[in-house]
Design a protein around this ligand. Sequence first.
Ligand SMILES: Cc1cc2nc3c(=O)[nH]c(=O)nc-3n(C[C@H](O)[C@H](O)[C@H](O)COP(=O)(O)O)c2cc1C
Length: 261
Amino acid sequence: MITLTVHIYLLSIPTVQEGEPLVFGHLGWRDTVLIVDLEGSSMVPSDASEVFDEITEMDSTALFKPKVVSLVVTNSESGGPNIMTASWFMLAGYDPFRYLLSVSQRTYTYELIEENPEFVLAAPSGEMIDALSLAGTVSGRDVDKIDHLGLETVPGKDVDVPLLANAIGNVECSVMDSFEFENCTYYFGSVENAYVTSGGLDGRILSLEEDILAYMGSNWGDADADEKYRYHADLEPDDLRRFPDSKVHETLPEEVRETDE
Ligand SMILES: Cc1cc2nc3c(=O)[nH]c(=O)nc-3n(C[C@H](O)[C@H](O)[C@H](O)COP(=O)(O)O)c2cc1C
């Protein structure tokens, strides 16, 4: 449904009298509001602003949440183990499976990965909300974050980096490649081993019985906010829905339908 405001200039019918000029009396401008139902109508919006509210670049990041952000664990002989909160990571290939992680060159994590090119991506549980905040705002150069937060660790199997014992799961990665862009280094971490808490997977899906930390973002950048808040969504088992692909594929012509899953 869309609302259009139309400006109509109303004219009176001219009156003509002999010997007098033609005169148009006018009633003036009037705004008329039309409600147009786009469904079933051929009218296409000509501008995004008719359909959406425009948002800032920063607010565009809200569109791709919830996201399970990661606690990135690193370790080096001279530096010791450290954790850093990271949301800039993604799956970046599956032969071998690898994750691409962006690390600011200002972080201690960067120094540690440069010394020992391995890292662990830990998926935090809801009870690790303080770890997400602290590991994302304080540097391991200043505080031993693992010790301060009282986090339990387990030795990695194929990486010399510990796993976080209270996480939902951990992924051991060894750096197979990297590139620099602006002030970040992007590491491709090949998956060595991956773990989930016992019963944490429901088939291929993370079980919503687990206390997943589904991060929704923060009020960072709000000019009038005197305190910073972070938000997470509480996902319950009943929130999971299944949607079979087959239904929508049946709407396609037979020759373009996917036959193999
Ligand atoms: C939600 C969130 C996500 C973040 N994502 C990243 C990220 O992907 N890469 C990065 O370099 N820093 C990221 N940061 C910032 C680092 O966590 C932060 O600079 C941290 O203090 C670095 O710790 P370190 O110096 O001990 O390595 C993020 C912070 C928060 C709160």
